[in-house]
Design a protein around this ligand. Structure first.
Ligand code: SF4
Length: 93
């Protein structure tokens, strides 16, 4: 094995755990937003909106709906119920 082949193998070996970690994180899916977390409390997040016509399902930051939940950009991709609300709500355009 020459120096170039050795470097290539070492490079692949070093990158593989990082790639595996990133992919496994995505594969495991995002977690539900904890209403008791500091961010959620700061944004007055609630699982069931009491605001007329304002729900996560109609928010510009809500994406990838699946069932009764979807991903929220404001919560770093965390899952929120389609019935939820927080003070960062912005209607879809
Ligand atoms: S920003 Fe607030 S209202 Fe909009 S989807 Fe996220 S949690 Fe729901």
């Amino acid at each position: 094995m020459n120096r170039r082949q050795f470097s290539k193998i070492i490079g692949i070996t070093a990158i593989t755990p990082v790639t595996t970690l990133v992919l496994s994180h995505h594969a495991s899916g995002a977690e539900m937003v904890n209403p008791d977390s500091p961010t959620a409390k700061g944004l007055q997040f609630m699982k069931n909106s009491d605001k007329e016509g304002m729900r996560c399902s109609g928010c510009n930051f809500f994406s990838a709906p699946e069932g009764d939940q979807g991903s929220c950009i404001i919560f770093n991709g965390g899952l929120v119920p389609s019935t939820g609300w927080c003070s960062a709500f912005q209607p879809k355009k």
